[in-house]
Design a protein around this ligand. Structure first.
Ligand code: NAP
Length: 637
């Protein structure tokens, strides 16, 4: 397509508020911010048009066309960048609201107008250059967080090995290959801040695309030679005499090896150990049976009778995908998920929009900023418990009840032609109790199919021929699929971690994992976790953002050691404990911590061990750099 055509198409497909921001950069004229009103966003719509009238849309497009053409004709020269005050005004403008003061540095960093990768570690000073030569780190896992750790270690010039159980990088995006698997965070935000991709084919891309992105990133940074694939970590043990970690591994041929490291970073994720349900008879089904994260692609589902257990994020994606192929399908639901309207969930990114992202200065930055802000803490207030709330337990506050009403009204029309479904798919727990799913109508459409039945009667047992429910009804099938989630609260389930005094981390946790900022634990010097306890998010942000914050902090810890000449650091007991008290208090005040809610966010002891209960900005500021007084620093053991 010719450039003019792509520009015209781009203007049609543009996110207009981001386009307005780009115009300020291209023209150097910020008066446009006074000419157009701030956009108004509708939670239930795409947000692309900013609530502008047709006349306003046409005016914005005409202005943009003229300005972009001039910029392209004049050798793509940009006027001086807008002042800090103007950028601030622009942030408020595109957000459609005044961004609170304490969010500003955080949001400025996310916006990244300078193009500088601010989290890039710099170990160029004489002291650090000398220190990095002797440091060695082992990273466990080559998924998104492991790749990120490796990139930062490499940038700092620190020697490292990555141990990966799979034959390739990608972690969750390597393992989950079930039909329909895709990201449920907007892709232009679900990517490393320093590795933007203007070529995402979908707003929410499919698993193969995500895997490709992480594979390409690993290749670009030349990480593969540092990764030992098809190798498992059996245990990691701290040697108090030498202050080193001994990481015992086993490769695919059964060969064991011990790597010696100054620090260990666990990047094994929270959601990678498939969980079979605790239902009587599990394992007794005689036909093919598998978990969504271990999809058996050689099992042909065409014309088969299929039973599916679970209606969480994974089943929500594969059920609509396989429904047209199977002869019949029973979907066994214990608890319905909340559905959040997302009209563009399966939509492709238009070629014109891709062109804008690639060619119009700063359009990509502002678009990402907008996505980020909208997912920052927008719904956070709606999932906080109001202690004075005396309404029904299906909400935790007046705001939460209001959201329930709005979402219910949005779901209702989907069941107008299938009224029996309505009561079954409206959750009786508060919104935010569990992860809500992105609804573009495909889920309910699948449940309404004549060959699909949503079974809400509790399951009594799984047997050789199918599933029996408590009312005595038997549902025979040819295939059984478990969409039953992961051993999420059993952190680092696949290996042992022995700290000071030979104490094993899981023994210390005793089924109730805790850490300081999700990363460090007293008695386990220089042992760090990414996506550790209490760093999962429910309604705000992206997990890549959390990983980027965590890795910056971990690099800061290594730097602290190097700068102070210490061998080890570990959090002080009281710092760790008081942090966890605050986390627990805050989690109790969130919808997911409400006593009437059961979910994988709570461990067997009923404590929310998964989720970060505070606004995102708090994690960002807490992880900017380690506070030396939080740690016991030791020269040697
Ligand atoms: P999940 O959310 O834990 O869902 C498991 C499902 O199985 C739930 O419906 C659960 O019911 C049901 N279940 C479990 N044990 C059961 C039993 N004994 N009897 C009956 N039903 C039972 O697991 P998931 O769907 O794999 O998703 C896990 C997480 O992975 C998500 O929350 C999300 O963070 C992530 N994920 C993300 C994406 C994405 O980004 N696209 C896709 C998939 C997964 P209850 O609700 O009643 O427990």
């Amino acid at each position: 397509m010719a450039r003019e055509e792509l520009l015209d198409l781009g203007l049609k497909q543009a996110h207009l508020p981001a386009l307005l921001m780009a115009l300020v950069h291209v023209t150097g004229d910020a008066s446009i911010l006074d000419e157009f009103p701030r956009p108004v966003y509708d939670f239930f719509a795409e947000g692309r048009l900013g609530g502008y009238s047709e006349a306003q849309q046409a005016a914005i497009r005409a202005r943009a066309k003229e300005a972009i053409e001039t910029y392209l004709m004049n050798g793509q020269k940009l006027p001086p960048p807008p002042s800090a005050a103007t950028v601030r005004k622009m942030m408020n403008f595109i957000a459609g609201a005044d961004i609170p003061e304490h969010y500003v540095p955080f949001m400025e960093e996310e916006l990244g107008l300078t193009g500088e990768d601010v989290k890039h570690p710099h170990w160029e000073s004489e002291k650090l250059s000398a220190a990095r030569k002797t440091l060695r780190v082992v990273v466990i896992g080559a998924g998104m967080s492991g790749i990120l750790s490796a990139i930062r270690l490499k940038q700092a010039g620190i020697a490292f090995d990555v141990i990966e159980k799979n034959p390739d990088v990608g972690g969750t995006w390597f393992e989950n290959t079930y039909p329909g698997c895709r990201v449920d965070n907007p892709n232009h935000m679900y990517s490393f801040s320093f590795e933007p991709n203007h070529d995402w084919p979908y707003h929410y891309s499919t698993q193969d695309v995500l895997l490709g992105y992480f594979q390409r990133t690993a290749d670009k940074y030349g990480l593969r030679k540092n990764i030992r694939f098809e190798t498992q970590v059996l245990e990691t043990r701290f040697d108090e005499k030498t202050s080193k970690w001994h990481v015992k591994t086993k490769d695919k041929n059964g060969k064991e090896e011990t790597l010696i490291a100054d620090a260990v970073i666990s990047a094994v994720g929270q959601l990678n150990q498939p969980k079979m349900p605790d239902i009587k008879g599990v394992g007794s089904f005689k036909g093919p049976a598998f978990h969504s994260a271990q999809w058996q692609h050689d099992v042909n589902l065409k014309g088969k009778r299929v039973n599916v257990i679970g209606t969480g994020a994974s089943a929500f994606q594969f059920v609509p995908e396989i429904a047209p192929d199977v002869k019949e399908m029973k979907v066994f639901q214990r608890t319905p998920p909340w559905l959040g309207p997302t009209p563009d969930y399966h939509d492709k990114v238009g070629e014109g929009k891709k062109w804008l992202l690639e060619h119009v200065p700063m359009y990509d930055k502002w678009y990402r900023f907008w996505l980020f802000w909208m997912l920052t803490d927008g719904i956070y207030e709606f999932v906080k418990t109001d202690p004075t709330w005396n309404g029904p337990p299906n909400a935790v506050s007046p705001n939460n009840a209001l959201l329930r009403e709005m979402l219910t009204a949005a779901i209702k029309p989907q069941t107008d032609d299938a009224p029996w479904l309505f009561d079954k798919i409206i959750p009786d727990y508060p919104f935010g109790g569990k992860r809500s799913l992105r609804d573009n109508g495909k889920w309910v459409e699948a449940l309404k199919r004549p060959n699909v039945e949503l079974v809400t009667e509790p399951i009594a047992e799984i047997n050789a021929s199918g599933v029996k429910t408590k009312d005595g009804k038997q549902y025979d099938s040819d295939v059984l699929i478990y969409g039953t989630g992961f051993h999420a609260s059993n952190f680092l389930r696949t290996f042992k971690v022995y700290g000071r005094g030979g104490v094993e981390l899981h023994d210390k946790w005793n089924g109730d994992a805790r850490a300081y900022l999700g990363m460090t634990v007293p008695g386990f010097p220089n042992f760090f976790m990414i996506y550790g306890p209490n760093t999962n998010i429910v309604v705000n942000g992206s997990i890549i953002f959390f990983s980027e914050c965590s890795v910056r902090y971990i690099m800061g810890c290594l730097r602290l050691l190097a700068e102070t000449g210490n061998a080890t650091l570990e959090p002080k007991e009281n710092v760790h404990d008081s942090f966890n008290v605050k986390v627990d208090e805050a989690n109790k005040m969130m919808a997911w911590g409400a006593p009437q809610v059961t979910s994988w966010y709570k461990n067997a002891k009923g404590r929310v061990s998964q989720n970060w209960p505070f606004p995102l900005v708090d994690y960002w500021s807490a992880t900017l750099r380690p506070n030396p007084s939080d740690f016991e620093l030791k020269k040697s053991a």
